[in-house]
Design a protein around this ligand. Structure first.
Ligand SMILES: [Zn+2]
Length: 273
């Protein structure tokens, strides 16, 4: 009997010790616990990183297409690719832009693909880089092209043929409404392209020689996206021996690219006002 009593006392003391330890732990706060209910799912962070403007750089020609051949045999595609890559690096380094190249020279891509890359990449600005050529060997200087009025009908036909989705789904619209939407997009894009071209010419003028009447208009295919502000920059005349020599130097291309970068900065600063 005494032995039984002894056992009961020991059991009770052990239980008391456990409950004391338990109380101690509660007082200190739980050191660990087994989670029996799942945590509520975390909501995605509402803090938004402001989107950087997307600049699409299109090195003219490339791959099997050498472009114009210079008076000393330089291929246009070599100049345009170097200038495009250097501009890309300059823009990326600034941390202000997302940059997409339509190609990096490994193979030729057609003009439709260049436009598709711009639209699918959400381009805020498209810059196609070229070097001019003419039979007049004394012609020198840079120039900037935007889309000519006469090419706008062609732009509409491309929208329809490629089933491009504009702000409103054109496939759901009758043709006349679709045309109006393209017109509206085109008008806005045109004024933005013109605004950028003006800045570009102004900044280029302080860095490099320009041809007379340096803002030109043409129906180049790469300028035809109705909703992507776009310019085609002719860096200079590869058919002129002096321009060709200059365009082959990284220092000269850097001067031009600095003017392009400054124009891009000013353009987006104006847009955000
Ligand atoms: Zn070209």
């Amino acid at each position: 009997m005494l032995r039984l009593l002894g056992i009961i006392v020991i059991v009770c003391s052990v239980l008391a010790m456990f409950s004391l330890a338990d109380a101690q732990q509660r007082a200190d706060g739980p050191r660990y616990f087994k989670n029996t209910t799942p945590y509520p799912a975390l909501k995605p962070s509402v803090k938004k990183v402001p989107a950087k403007p997307v600049i699409v750089i299109d090195p003219g020609h490339g791959g099997k297409d050498p472009g114009a051949i210079g008076s000393k045999g330089t291929h246009e595609k070599v100049i345009t690719l170097s200038a495009a890559k250097e501009l890309r690096d300059m823009l990326v380094k600034s941390g202000k832009y997302q940059v997409i190249m339509t190609h990096t020279g490994k193979k030729y891509i057609d003009h439709e693909t260049r436009l598709r890359i711009a639209r699918e990449g959400g381009a805020d600005l498209f810059i196609s880089i070229h070097a001019d050529s003419t039979s007049n060997k004394s012609a020198r200087g840079a120039s900037v092209y935007t889309l000519a009025d006469r090419a706008k009908g062609r732009s509409k036909r491309i929208v329809n043929s490629q089933n491009w989705i504009m702000d409103v789904d054109l496939t759901e619209q009758t043709d006349p409404v679709g045309d109006i939407l393209v017109d509206l997009a085109q008008r806005k894009t045109e004024s933005q392209s013109e605004a950028f071209a003006d800045k570009l010419i102004e900044n280029l003028s302080s860095e490099t020689r320009m041809i007379g009447n340096s803002h030109r208009r043409a129906g180049y295919f790469v300028l035809l996206a109705p909703d992507v502000p776009a310019v085609l920059l002719e860096l200079g005349f590869i058919s002129n021996a002096q321009d060709e020599k200059l365009l082959k130097t990284a220092a000269h291309r850097k001067k031009i690219n600095r003017a392009v970068k400054r124009s891009i900065d000013e353009y987006f600063a104006d847009l955000s006002r």
